[in-house]
Design a protein around this ligand. Structure first.
Ligand code: 4FV
Length: 245
């Protein structure tokens, strides 16, 4: 799978993709990440990529010409999805991340300043993606998040395949608590069940904890999924316990 990223700050990506799982995946040839400088697709000697907004207003807007030129040069085929990172986009979640990982090429456009000429979104981009309801100074960080979330779905990128399939969100719940040594840190103890060696008990405890955390922090996730009778049973005592309090 190949990501092509269009930005005026290509150097921002060097650091991010020079280590960790993503870098290892590149070295293993499982993925390719190509970062393109938008200025290389300008035709004027000032390599102008932005201009003042029509209708007046502060700030600058990215011009359409360099972006269209870049995408038309980079794109392998009309099937290649082109995403503009913007706060107006559809929210990135694990489903969208997995969908992206299914393409052989994905192009990501990173905006800056007040945004990008609307004709890019209307006539060039397949869609827009947002990583959250806040305004960033540029689309670069959002593009990094998209790449990092998507590559985990590519076989061989994350050590234990099944760990992706068992990603908490896959199962519509948050993750269960994790602990490591020491068993007692400043009187804060690891739940004994976790070193009981009784894996049935451990799994049940983890499931209950995950459901409890999901109910407390992300009840919306529970609404979206049908709970198995076991999970229902696991949850109810918690409900009753809460009612008692
Ligand atoms: C953003 C987001 C985001 C908007 C103006 C870049 C900035 C500037 N991108 N999810 N939230 N982009 O805030 O993706 O051009």
């Amino acid at each position: 799978m190949r990501f092509d990223i269009i930005t005026i700050f290509p150097e921002m990506f060097e650091a991010i993709f020079s280590g960790g799982v993503v870098n290892r995946a590149v070295e293993k040839g499982l993925i390719e990440i190509h970062v393109h400088n938008l200025r290389d697709f300008t035709t004027d000697k000032h390599k102008q990529v932005d201009d003042r907004p029509y209708g007046g207003e502060e700030g600058m807007v990215f011009k359409p010409e360099p972006i269209f030129a870049a995408v038309e040069r980079i794109r392998w085929s009309p099937q290649t999805p082109v995403y503009l990172l913007s706060p107006q986009g559809k929210k990135l979640d694990f489903r969208l991340a997995e969908e992206l990982s299914g393409h052989s090429q994905v192009i990501l456009i990173c905006g800056r300043y007040e945004g990008v000429d609307e004709r890019v979104s209307e006539n060039l981009a397949t869609d827009e993606i947002s990583i959250g309801d806040y305004i960033l100074t540029g689309g670069e960080l959002a593009a990094m998040v998209v790449v990092d979330a998507a590559v985990r779905f590519i076989p061989g990128v994350v050590g234990k395949e099944d760990s992706v399939r068992h990603d908490s969100f896959f199962e519509g719940r948050l993750d269960y608590p994790q602990y490591t040594r020491p068993r007692d840190f400043r009187g804060m103890k690891v739940p004994p069940v976790l070193f009981s060696g009784d894996h049935k008990k451990i799994d049940a405890w983890r499931r209950k904890q995950a459901l409890e955390k999901t109910r407390q922090r992300r009840p919306d996730l529970l609404e979206r999924r049908t709970l198995s009778p076991e999970d229902k049973k696991r949850l109810d005592p918690i409900q009753d316990e809460r009612k008692r309090r």
